[in-house]
Design a protein around this ligand. Structure first.
Ligand code: FE
Length: 394
């Protein structure tokens, strides 16, 4: 038996935020991050639309990037006091992820993170509230996925939560909210979306239900990301907001692969500074394709992507090479380095930390659905390709 789960309703298009006026309920709590939604006026709009729907509204703001266990507990406490029947999360991935976890602790105060991290083992939600997600970036697609990541800073652990119970009921994908995204963020989050779609398409549990979403998302990112990067006001910025959402629908149901395993373990690993998630994905993706292409089935899938994109090549190898070349050209256009060395990670630090990073990447939850199995030693070699920007033979 397979399962394919998406939000009940996805509203999209310029101005679709106004759909909030039509929600039926008594009380809504709005969960958001720091300042950007307030500064852009979208937080006020959200609150006002909910009031127009006849609801009492409370705001829980200040959710930090990489949200903490404490923030989740504070938010859940606020929800238990206010008793909302709608949770409305607006912002980047962090406030939406945090609100998903708050929802679980609001409805089930007795649960623990230790219980929730067992994949697809959540208690039933929706006894007290339903959930609306409104993304303000074009990449994570948390508005349509079954995932959330919460950090325990005391224990130094990230809790990846995965269950269709936390797939939102309503997603509002309004391109007006992403017009003001900085170009760098457009580049990183756009390449994150491309990675989601490609990993979902070649992964071991891709299905007939997820493939069309993944392929369409790949085509849209390839067609629109560069234009969206240079022009915030055109159609491309809007199309990218939809493309990342389609990619999210695919990977929420087909999961990911080792590009994400590697990015997860290198984000905060080096003293030279944070490696942004989308930037890491963009740098690793060409090399992971080369590595995975040693698997016959994966090679055929990459070749299929290349054919769908109309790329050159007489056989699967040439087609896959064209796909790798295309991604490398996009990275150049978007100002993304080719590897960790060019990014600025010091060589001695990289080599010293490599065995532990590689080991942890192999253990990452995303490794299980990667099309080509990998062990610690091979992962070290692959990381070296991603550091020095040397090709993996296929
Ligand atoms: Fe991602």
């Amino acid at each position: 038996m397979s399962r394919f789960t998406l939000p009940r309703d996805i509203y999209y298009g310029e101005g679709s935020l106004a759909e909030l006026k039509n929600l039926k309920g008594k009380k809504a709590i709005v969960v958001t991050g720091g300042h950007s939604m307030k500064a852009s006026g979208f937080l006020d709009k959200t609150v006002n639309y909910l009031k127009e729907a006849g609801m009492k509204v409370e705001v829980f703001d200040g959710v930090e990037p990489d949200p903490s266990v404490e923030t989740v507990m504070k938010g859940a406490e606020a929800m238990r006091k206010f008793e909302p029947d709608w949770i409305v999360a607006i912002g980047g991935g962090s406030p939406i992820d945090a609100a998903k976890a708050m929802w679980a602790f609001y409805e089930h105060p007795e649960t623990t993170f230790e219980a929730l991290i067992t994949p697809f083992n959540f208690p039933k939600l929706r006894n007290k509230a339903h959930f609306v997600a409104i993304p303000s970036t074009s990449g994570t697609a948390t508005e349509v996925t079954a995932f959330s990541v919460i950090t325990d800073y005391h224990k130094g652990i990230k809790y990846p939560l995965a269950d269709f119970e936390i797939t939102p009921d309503v997603a509002i994908v309004d391109p007006a909210i992403v017009r003001s995204l900085p170009a760098k963020q457009v580049a990183y989050t756009g390449m994150d979306a491309l990675t989601h779609a490609i990993e979902a398409y070649v992964g071991t549990i891709a299905t007939d239900f997820t493939d069309p979403l993944a392929i369409k998302a790949i085509k849209m990112v390839v067609n629109y990301l560069e234009e969206s990067y240079v022009d915030p006001n055109g159609k491309a910025r809007e199309e990218m907001h939809y493309a990342q959402c389609l990619a999210g629908m695919a990977f929420s149901n087909a999961l990911l692969g080792i590009v994400h395993s590697m990015a997860h373990k290198t984000g905060a690993a080096f003293s030279t500074g944070h490696v942004p998630h989308g930037c890491a994905n963009a740098m690793y993706l060409p090399h992971v394709i080369e590595y995975n292409a040693n698997n016959e089935r994966a090679l055929a899938r990459y070749a299929q992507i290349a054919m769908e994109l109309g790329l050159e090549g007489h056989d699967s190898r040439e087609l896959t090479q064209s796909l790798v070349n295309l991604i490398r050209r996009m990275n150049v256009f978007l100002g993304i380095p080719h590897g960790l060395k060019e990014f600025g990670v010091k060589e001695d630090e990289f080599l010293e930390k490599l065995p532990a990073i590689a080991h942890n990447a192999v253990l990452d939850a995303c490794t299980g659905t990667n099309p080509n199995p990998i062990d610690d030693k091979t992962m070290e070699e692959l990381f070296k390709c991603c550091y020095y920007d040397t090709p993996w033979k296929f």
